[in-house]
Design a protein around this ligand. Structure first.
Ligand code: AMP
Ligand code: ZN
Length: 114
């Protein structure tokens, strides 16, 4: 989508601090990190939020999870533990309307979140 921030990152219009990329998925460091590791993992296709996942596009969720697992292992946060979050909609705190998964690690994460 032309006015979507993350689509602009995908097509190179806006730079990012890339962590991983394959044909379907891009991962980059969050610009405002909330933990020593704070990476965003996004599909290269524009999907607005988890609300828009369906039988036709849900394969990407598997791909994203496999990428998250690989990143966690590569950054050595897999054993100590980490958190994966997708904020959905206004009350969920979603500010960018392109599906994304926050991967947070490297510190003791509190629960419940704010
Ligand atoms: P959310 O609030 O769940 O929609 O998450 C959006 C995330 O995108 C926030 O954590 C922002 O810090 C992050 N963000 C916004 N702009 C950029 C950017 N240009 N590069 C990297 N991360 C960004
Ligand atoms: Zn988009």
């Amino acid at each position: 989508m032309s006015d979507c921030l993350f689509c602009k990152i995908i097509n190179g219009e806006i730079p990012c601090d890339k962590v991983f990329e394959n044909e379907k998925v891009l991962a980059f460091n969050d610009i405002d990190p909330q933990a020593p590791v704070h990476i965003l993992v996004i599909p290269k296709v524009h999907i607005e939020s988890l609300n828009d996942i369906n039988q036709d596009n849900c394969e990407i969720i598997k791909e994203i999870h496999l990428v998250i697992k690989k990143i966690a292992k590569d950054l050595k946060i897999d054993r100590d533990g980490y958190r994966v979050i997708t904020n959905c909609g206004e009350l969920g705190g979603q500010s960018v309307k392109h599906l994304h998964y926050h991967v947070l690690g490297g510190r003791n994460l509190k629960w419940p979140p704010g």
